[in-house]
Design a protein. Structure first.
Length: 181
């Protein structure tokens, strides 16, 4: 390093390397400049792609293959927790088969919530009969639907008569015209 008249230090200039006339320097510079653009260099710098799930290459079966309808529906029912609901609605459809044709003629299931099955009868006599048969019917239904699915049968009698006819009827019963005691 040399000092100038102000006393500061300046770095000495390095002289460039002498150029050769054989063209090797030019070839090396071009190779360095284009080395990153070759297909082999691009493959090295690219991140390897990971398969989305499981084994997805070759002829092996995976989730992308067409699935059977039964398998797909079973997975859908399991994912959403619809198993009990489907069994109960199937019970509504097969009511005569499960409880017998005579009971099914006079009693129909109306709703099922949290283990309670509400059954409507067509007469008060059948309501009494079904209350007596309730433990047997619960046992039969649980054999078909799974243990503990139905815990209680609530028996409802027949719908009472209605006197509501037309849009201008009285809401609170028949009122002073009541002749039924």
């Amino acid at each position: 390093m040399t000092t100038d008249d102000g006393g500061s230090l300046l770095p000495e200039r390095e002289e460039p390397a002498p150029r050769r006339d054989d063209g090797l320097d030019l070839a090396r510079a071009l190779t360095r400049a284009t080395a990153k653009s070759t297909p082999a260099a691009r493959r090295k710098t690219r991140r390897p792609q990971t398969p989305p799930r499981g084994r997805v290459t070759g002829s092996h079966p995976d989730d992308r293959d067409p699935q059977l309808l039964d398998t797909t529906l079973s997975r859908l029912v399991d994912d959403h927790g619809w198993e009990v609901d489907l069994r109960v609605h199937g019970m509504f459809g097969r009511w005569a088969e499960l409880v017998g044709s005579e009971i099914a003629l006079h009693c129909t299931p109306e709703s099922f919530t949290e283990g309670r099955l509400m059954v409507r009868t067509d007469s008060t006599a059948w309501a009494t009969q079904l209350r007596l048969l309730a433990p047997t019917v619960v046992r039969r239904l649980n054999e078909e639907l799974g243990h503990g699915t139905v815990t209680l049968i609530e028996v409802l009698g027949p719908h009472g008569p209605t006197w509501k006819k037309g849009p201008r009827s009285v809401r609170d019963g028949r009122g002073p015209r009541d002749t039924y005691g």
